[in-house]
Design a protein around this ligand. Structure first.
Ligand SMILES: NC(=O)C1=CN([C@@H]2O[C@H](COP(=O)(O)OP(=O)(O)OC[C@H]3O[C@@H](n4cnc5c(N)ncnc54)[C@H](OP(=O)(O)O)[C@@H]3O)[C@@H](O)[C@H]2O)C=CC1
Ligand SMILES: N[C@@H](CC=O)C(=O)O
Length: 322
């Protein structure tokens, strides 16, 4: 379908109302392709236009199912742009395949939404400057939740607000389990050359297994389950505060030891992570050049606008190649 202003406005209306893209099939003369048929269409177009035109295949889903079609379009010479972290956090073989042509992939929005995290790291590494150590707070949702809980608001309420502001993954348990941050950490660690998998990362979840997506439907979690988490997190925040600290969900990556872990940690209130407010992300990078004075990248790390801006900038950046 042609993405004219009318269709784009209608798409925004449907998605802001919590609807599905499939609702667009009821809007004028649209044809909706599902799964196998959709994949075949994408491959047909990639076969026709991939090599000659710099066709970019853009994945803004939160699905694990797109990795096969992405690998095929890469083989057909297409560029790929991802906001979706799952293809890059599949097996190391899939990751290596997707980055076969490093100049034909952009995935800025996979870490820090629109913040220039991937671009900065890629520049540092390609200049031959080895990155030793990264520490960051890479979840807009968890950053927002921790700063609101600090103000005395219950976690259960704040999760719903984070969802309505577009910060969370489609299922906020992807954020609260730490898996969304673990995926970002894995993408960064793999960029640094670590040949590791998601299962190698130590991850702290903020809810018990009984509340997981395989056990509890999302609405039961949001309307009931999450209430049981309020007192524990409030107590941890209060205890940290009594020591002059704040709690942040941090990610630590160390090149020398291949250490990669994500979880809640206490930080002094006046440290780069401790000063974070709202959905801001911060990434502190230590390399040979950025040693005494590390590179600090900070700003809004989640939300529809900043993520979309990151994706659009990636598409435009690729067009300069052709
Ligand atoms: N929100 C944010 O701040 C950020 C999000 N991201 C990433 O961007 C991605 C999208 O997040 P967000 O926009 O919040 O999520 P949404 O759920 O709003 O959007 C995902 C869209 O993908 C569609 N979709 C799902 N599966 C498939 C599929 N197999 N093929 C094609 N389309 C599919 C969904 O369709 P339907 O409408 O039918 O559900 C939906 O419209 C995620 O991977 C997320 O991690 C990255 C950085 C920041
Ligand atoms: N759910 C994510 C969105 C960006 O990746 C977050 O909260 O950071």
């Amino acid at each position: 379908m042609e993405l004219n202003d009318k269709i784009l406005l209608e798409t925004c209306r449907i998605k802001l109302g919590g609807g599905s893209l499939s609702d667009l099939s009821n809007f004028g003369e649209r044809k909706l392709f599902l799964n196998t048929e959709a994949t075949k269409k994408v491959i047909d177009i990639a076969t026709l236009l991939g090599k000659s035109t710099g066709l970019a295949c853009v994945d803004c889903s939160a699905s694990s199912d797109t990795v096969n079609v992405l690998k095929q379009v890469v083989d057909l010479g297409c560029c790929i742009v991802l906001a979706n972290k799952k293809p890059l956090t599949s097996t190391i073989e899939d990751f290596n395949k997707l980055i076969t042509h490093p100049r034909r992939i952009r995935h800025e929005s996979t870490v820090g939404a629109g913040l220039p995290v991937i671009a900065s790291l890629t520049r540092i590494l390609s200049s031959g400057d080895p990155v030793h150590h990264i520490i960051g707070s890479l979840s807009g949702t968890l950053g927002y939740i921790m700063s609101e809980v600090e103000k005395g608001k219950p976690l259960s309420q704040v999760v719903k607000v984070a969802k309505s502001l577009g910060y969370t993954e489609p299922d906020p348990r992807d954020d609260l389990s730490g898996m969304d941050v673990a995926r970002k950490a894995l993408i960064l660690a793999r960029l640094l050359g670590q040949q590791i998998n998601l299962s190698d990362i130590k991850v702290e979840s903020l809810f018990p297994k009984e509340m997981g997506p395989d056990v509890m439907p999302i609405n039961d979690f949001l309307d009931g389950g999450v209430l049981a988490l309020d007192s524990d997190i409030q107590e941890r925040v209060t205890n940290a505060s009594s020591r002059g600290n704040v709690l942040r969900y941090a990610c630590v990556i160390e090149s020398s030891s291949s250490r990669c872990e994500v979880g809640l940690q206490e930080f002094p209130k006046d440290s780069p992570l401790g000063r974070l407010k709202g959905s801001d992300n911060v990434l502190v990078v230590y390399s040979r050049c950025y040693n005494e004075q590390p590179l600090v990248i900070q700003g809004a790390g989640a939300g529809n606008d900043t993520t979309a801006a990151g994706v659009l900038a990636d598409i435009l950046d690729l067009q300069d190649l052709f």
